[in-house]
Ligand binder design. Structure first.
Ligand code: NAD
Length: 286
């Protein structure tokens, strides 16, 4: 049997989640995705109308099939956590069972188990504000959407991840070096995510022999990154200063993710793996 992957954080064909889905599909996995509820409609419509067909093409010429799209809002663990304003929001009204616990239950009912869990989502409402000007609410929201969301997903999916399975998330070097402009507590959220990777690798490893790694990716002009405001500058900075002076392709992150969740990486867990053209190794801008 082929492997089954659940990828949380796919809502268009530009981001890392999409590229990871493609790399896993190319390797023969069945693809399930979790799409943020407010983005669900446009994503499903675009998929249906063939807007992504060009970017669904796999190296063997076939088109990636997404077996099922699940609505997901990873800042809510179960229905009791959903406040009134979200419950009655018209962008949420058409969907149901989108809290983390319910999504895990739905996947279990539909397919029984998965082998691969991917977390490719982040959100920080105050990302454009310096940390020094970030509110408590904004900071905690960044941690909730970008860090705890991973703990919650792993917590709820762990019972249905087959032994020997693997999970991966996406992080950014702003966790360990100061990147002015990556504010609102997003740098803190990535630091938490990387630390949690080590602790969760131990816990999930001992409990079910499941591996937990994170990819520290270089800059990509995704929808989320464009919302931060300085992504073009970061891409240019990387091009100028990294050991490898080339564009960083989302597919390169996808391929590394496919390696890390495969048996080829069977002894790799708790790691932060850099896929950034080597930029993280530089100590002097050139
Ligand atoms: P993206 O826009 O493709 O992905 C982010 C996704 O998160 C979106 O689909 C969005 O709908 C979803 N999302 C936001 N809040 C959510 C919630 N509460 N519940 C469920 N989904 C939610 O952008 P991306 O840049 O590919 O981001 C994917 C991951 O890669 C993120 O963790 C990001 O921090 C990380 N990353 C990105 C870069 C970059 O330069 N783009 C660099 C390093 C790491």
């Amino acid at each position: 049997r082929g492997k089954r992957a659940f990828i949380a954080g796919v809502a268009d064909d530009n981001g890392y989640g999409w590229a990871i889905a493609k790399a896993l599909a190319a390797a023969g996995a069945d693809i399930l995705v979790g799409t943020w509820v407010p983005a669900l409609n446009i994503f499903e419509t675009s998929l249906r109308r063939g807007k992504f067909d060009g970017s669904r093409r796999l190296p063997n010429g076939s088109l990636m099939e997404i077996v099922k799209v699940y609505p997901l809002d990873a800042v809510f663990d179960s229905p009791e956590d959903v406040p009134e304003d979200i419950r009655t929001n018209k962008r949420y009204a058409g969907s149901s069972n989108w809290t983390v616990k319910e999504v895990a239950e739905s996947v279990k009912n539909d397919f029984g188990s998965i082998d691969i869990l991917v977390h490719s989502l982040a959100n920080g409402p105050e990302v454009t504000k310096p940390l020094l000007e970030t509110s408590r609410k904004g900071y905690l929201a960044a941690l909730s959407a970008s860090s705890y969301s991973y703990i919650s997903l792993l917590q709820h999916f762990l019972p249905i991840i087959n032994p020997g399975g693997a999970t991966i998330s996406l992080t950014y070097i702003a966790s360990e070096r100061s990147i002015p402009g990556y504010g609102g507590g997003m740098s803190s959220a990535k630091a938490a995510l990387e630390s949690d990777t080590k602790v969760l690798a131990f816990e999930a490893g001992r409990k079910k022999q499941i591996r937990v790694n994170t990819i520290s990716a270089g800059p990509l002009g995704s929808r989320a990154a464009k919302a931060i405001g300085f992504i073009e500058k970061m891409i240019e900075y990387s091009y100028t200063n990294a050991p490898l002076q080339k564009e960083l392709l989302a597919d390169e992150v996808g391929n590394t993710a496919a390696f890390l969740v495969s048996p080829l990486a069977s002894a790799v867990t708790g790691s932060v793996v850099y896929v950034d053209n080597g930029l993280n190794t530089m100590g002097l801008a050139t």
